[in-house]
Design a protein around this ligand. Sequence first.
Ligand SMILES: *Cc1c(COP(=O)(O)O)cnc(C)c1O
Length: 425
Amino acid sequence: MHYISTRKKSGSKTLSEAIQAGLATDGGLFVPEKMPMMDQSQLSLDMPYPEFAGQVLRQFFAGDRLETSLTQLCERAFAFPVPLKALNNNTFVLELFHGPTSSFKDFGARFLAECLNEIAEDKKTIMVATSGDTGSAVASAFYQKPHYRAVILYPEGQISEKQEHQMTCWDENIFAFAVKGNFDQCQQLVKSAFSDAAWQAAGGLSSANSINIGRLLPQITYYAYTSFHFYRQHGCEPGLIIPSGNLGNATAAYWAKAMGFPIREIVLATNANRVVPDYLETHHYHPRPSIATIANAMDVGNPSNLERLNDLFGSFEEFQKNVSALSVSDDLIRKTIAEVYQRYHYISCPHTATAFYMRDQLDEQPWVVVSTADPCKFDDLVEPIIKTKVPMAPQLQALLDKPNHIMKVKADLIEIKNLLDNCSI
Ligand SMILES: *Cc1c(COP(=O)(O)O)cnc(C)c1O
């Protein structure tokens, strides 16, 4: 299997090359040259998750140097449960937050870290800008990976104390910097590092951000697993409601459907950043600066994976046939958190609440609400709404109990490089 750019102006790559490069040289995103169909007779209900995931990913890895390690990569990356819970006879919730940092980002970050570490032969650096869950997932995934050091840039004072603690409680090969600036400046620093000869000379730089195909492929596996089990158990296909920002999670779901997994329909819930709902309504795509909301991991005004969805559907008409999306305001998110708690005694995070809100607008067919983070990550926000304590996930508590160390820097690449050079690794 080879990988080509969505912009079709650069040559095809092997999977390992595409994972290391992150972005294609023409600025496009890597996609498989042909979407493989899954022979579902290769799968069974009693397969443990990592084995199932390995089967689903096998064709994507065909012919690549990572092919023979695929089983082990899955076993190491997917070492936590992926439960689907029934709230009533047609509303289910898929909890993707039982990994070490309590968001679905653990699937992509852990799998990417395993792949990159397997490919690397000498010391490498992974760099990422984050406004929240990505930073902690990447830090946890790359911690003590022998070939890698991880550099994480986040905007000082613009993330919660808990989020900051989860990124700054590591040592050894993890370096998290509080940058004096906003998220866009952090992202700009990462971009500049990629085009900077001194950084490139200092050893291969890779990106862990969500455009990396190594983060996207593992996300197919939970949609494959869930829909396969659902269909066998209920005799019908579930619809999926996905809280979306950069559209990585959504793209993985459309790819799972394109492979033939029994998914009836996929709908997207966004927060006040309504760029996809507007695109569907007006036919015109208007990227814009992001708006801050209480579902902050979805604050995206120019979703990078839209390019992959356009590539998959080929035309606006096909896009419109396959995608529907709804924007949910902060007020409605708060109301929904309260209602879902009253009705089901189920506590949802603000991101998941956008999908719950959308569920109520839909029909009586079975729908799976995709839950992207553990509500305990947002307890400051959720507890006053439901007037109840949110139980802390043990793995998260363990991180919060570790001492942390905050390193502040100016939004300046040279200063960051100097600081790193002084920390020996
Ligand atoms: C990253 C994130 C999202 C958005 O996912 P995309 O793949 O960027 O669309 C939603 N919810 C949570 C909790 C996240 O961390």
